[in-house]
Ligand binder design. Structure first.
Ligand SMILES: [Zn+2]
Length: 89
């Protein structure tokens, strides 16, 4: 494999979602995979509200794409993993 051979939107290690299946483009797990969750927490550690907004928009899109999946399980998958901080809304 030649690094940077093609200019792609998703780079290796980015763990971006692949729609409409919402699997991880890097490791193939259900998105957000464990690595992506860690990256997101790191990225949004000082702005958990923005993380919730971002995940909410992903959930909304995934709900459209994954019509066969129960909404409650999608909510668990996209939002339920976010640890609740000492401060809530
Ligand atoms: Zn991944």
């Amino acid at each position: 494999m030649t690094p940077g051979a093609k200019a792609s939107e998703s780079r290796p290690g980015e763990h971006a979602p692949v729609t409409p299946d919402w699997t991880c483009g890097s490791c193939g797990d259900d998105w957000p995979c464990a690595t992506k969750r860690r990256q997101l927490l790191d990225e949004y550690q000082v702005d958990r509200a923005s993380l919730s907004v971002y995940l909410g928009s992903c959930l909304a899109a995934a709900t459209q794409d994954l019509r066969a999946a129960p909404v409650s399980s999608l909510q668990d998958r996209f939002i339920g993993w976010v640890p609740r901080g000492p401060r809530t809304f």
